[in-house]
Each structure stands twice: as structure tokens, then as C-alpha cells.
Design a protein around this ligand. Structure first.
Ligand code: ZN
Length: 292
């Protein structure tokens, strides 16, 4: 399979054919490449920051690590909060409305699929706009925490122009003055309700995703390099079931060997292309199918 970028018109056509041949709506598995056009950078893309995100072991290691995490995350939150769905998210919601595609499993924590109008979305790695208490498991909103962190750290980060990172945090050297907020219910440790590196996706969530794969007419991977097993396992499952797999991603992926078609292109361009050419329905444009 060639790694050469394909012309967008060709990619659009190839994907339309793939969806038309699918035995039912395609299950979607989306990754960071879906949200780069919304200004949220990709860890593994060509312009990825060098440093990896904090692991769960590091986060749990003590107050200093958590101080560092929350200080960076606090400064990065505004940009995450301001991110808006892009043309790809909107086009995908339209495809789902026309039953070309079905449920969405996303590795992104930004909630942009839902904001674009997609339904039946599984947030595989959780949501950055929610906060969970590690002690009492109470879930709360990030906006509320942001207000508390702002009040507890007046003027923090003023004048800095930090480098944004994909999980909504920023590069920041000195975080020793930052005052972390605790759970309002029990005083316990707060963590964003996302799956950290080194942490497992809750088993029940994984199982329900496997069931989605088992029922799907095909699997459409959008903007994921499938570097981690977390997403790759669903592609393997589809392959075992003989379910066709299409991958749209700017670069090679670990799932390419399982794919029926791989399109090295941007998600927004390809998906928006389907919509602009009227290829939103699996049966294709009405004019091209007289008698339907
Ligand atoms: Zn608590």
C-alpha cells in the first residue's frame, strides 16, 4: 500500500465507494488527526511536541507532580475550551445523519464530535471537560474547577505565551507556587476524567466498543496512527471478523496491514469533500441512481 499522499478528489471517491459497499453504516474510530484543524495539536503527527504527556504513575506519585500537571493544564484550558468543531466533525455528523456512518468511538477527549452534532459517541479515553475524584469518584465539571483554580492562583501565568500541548496542557518550567484544588465532596485528589498514558481504558467501555465492532458493516478509521493498542485492538477485531476497514490518516498507521483501503489524506478535506459532492448517503447521489 502506497504511503504517497492521494489527491483529495480520489480519496473522496475511494471513500464514497467504500461506504457504498458497506453492509451497514460504518463504525467510526477517530483520533487526534480529526481535531488538528480545530487547533488541537497531535502528539504523534508531524508537528508533535517532543515531550510526552504525564503518565498515571507520575500523576499518582505525589503532590509535586500534581501541582505541575494542574498548573500546565490550567494555563492550557482556555484554548481547549475555545476549540470549535471543524469541517471534518461537521461532515461526519452529516454522514451519520444519512446512515452512511454509525456510532463513533473517539480517542479524543475534546468532545468536538458531540458539539458538531454526532450522536452515539463513545469517549474511549474520557473527557477533558470533566474532572473525577480519585478518592470518592465524584464527577464534576472542568469549568467549575477552572473558576476555583483561577481564584486560588490570581495572576498565575500572566504574560507567558506557553506552548500548547494536545491534552490541553502547556509547557511550563516553574510550577512550585501553583495551588491545586481538592475534591469539594471529600477533599480528595482531583484528576481530569481522561485515561492517562499508562492507564487502562475501563473494561466495560472496551467491551461495549468490541460489541460495536461486531455489529458494524465496516470500520472507518479517521485521523489515528493507531500507535497504541487502545485503538488498534478494534481494527484487529474487525480484521478477524472479515469486516472491511478504511483508514484516512495523513501518515502511515499501525493498522495499514489490516485495511481494505488506506488514504493518506486529511480528515477534514476528505469528509467535507463527500458532503460537497453530495456523497453523504451510502447509496450515493440520487441523480446517479435512477429508480432509487
Ligand atoms: Zn472526592
Amino acid at each position: 500500500m502506497s504511503a504517497e499522499p492521494v489527491e483529495i478528489a480520489d480519496a473522496t471517491e475511494a471513500l464514497a465507494e467504500f461506504l457504498a459497499a458497506s453492509a451497514g453504516p460504518a463504525l467510526v474510530l477517530s483520533g487526534a488527526g480529526m481535531s488538528t484543524d480545530s487547533g488541537i495539536p497531535d502528539y504523534r503527527g508531524p508537528e508533535a511536541p517532543a515531550r510526552m504527556p504525564m503518565t498515571i504513575a507520575e500523576f499518582r506519585s505525589g503532590p509535586v507532580a500534581r501541582q505541575r500537571y494542574w498548573a500546565r493544564s490550567h494555563l492550557g484550558w482556555r484554548r481547549m475550551f475555545d476549540a470549535r468543531p471543524n469541517a471534518g466533525h461537521r461532515a461526519l455528523a452529516r454522514l451519520q445523519h444519512h446512515e452512511s456512518t454509525g456510532p463513533v468511538i473517539t480517542q479524543n477527549v475534546d468532545g468536538l464530535h458531540q458539539r458538531a452534532g454526532s450522536t452515539d459517541v463513545t469517549d474511549l479515553h474520557g473527557r477533558i471537560d470533566r474532572v473525577i475524584c480519585l478518592d470518592c469518584t465524584a464527577i464534576s465539571g472542568r469549568t467549575e474547577l477552572h473558576t476555583r483554580l483561577t481564584a486560588g492562583n490570581p495572576g498565575f501565568g500572566a504574560g507567558l505565551d506557553p506552548i500548547q500541548r494536545p491534552d490541553g496542557d502547556v509547557e511550563l518550567a516553574d510550577t512550585s507556587d501553583f495551588v491545586v484544588a481538592d475534591c469539594r465532596v471529600c477533599g480528595g485528589i482531583l484528576k481530569p476524567d481522561v485515561v492517562f498514558f499508562g492507564e487502562n481504558v475501563p473494561p466495560a467501555r472496551v467491551e461495549s466498543c468490541y460489541q460495536l465492532v461486531d455489529r458494524a458493516g465496516s470500520l472507518l478509521v479517521l485521523g489515528s496512527s493507531l500507535t497504541v493498542q487502545s485503538g488498534l485492538r478494534f481494527v484487529r477485531r474487525a480484521d478477524q471478523l472479515g469486516t472491511p476497514v478504511a483508514i484516512v490518516n495523513r501518515g502511515r498507521t499501525r493498522g495499514d496491514e489490516f485495511a481494505t483501503i488506506t488514504l493518506h489524506a486529511g480528515c477534514s478535506e476528505v469528509l467535507a469533500g463527500l458532503v460537497s459532492r453530495g456523497l453523504v448517503s451510502r447509496t450515493g447521489p440520487a441523480s446517479a441512481r435512477p429508480g432509487r
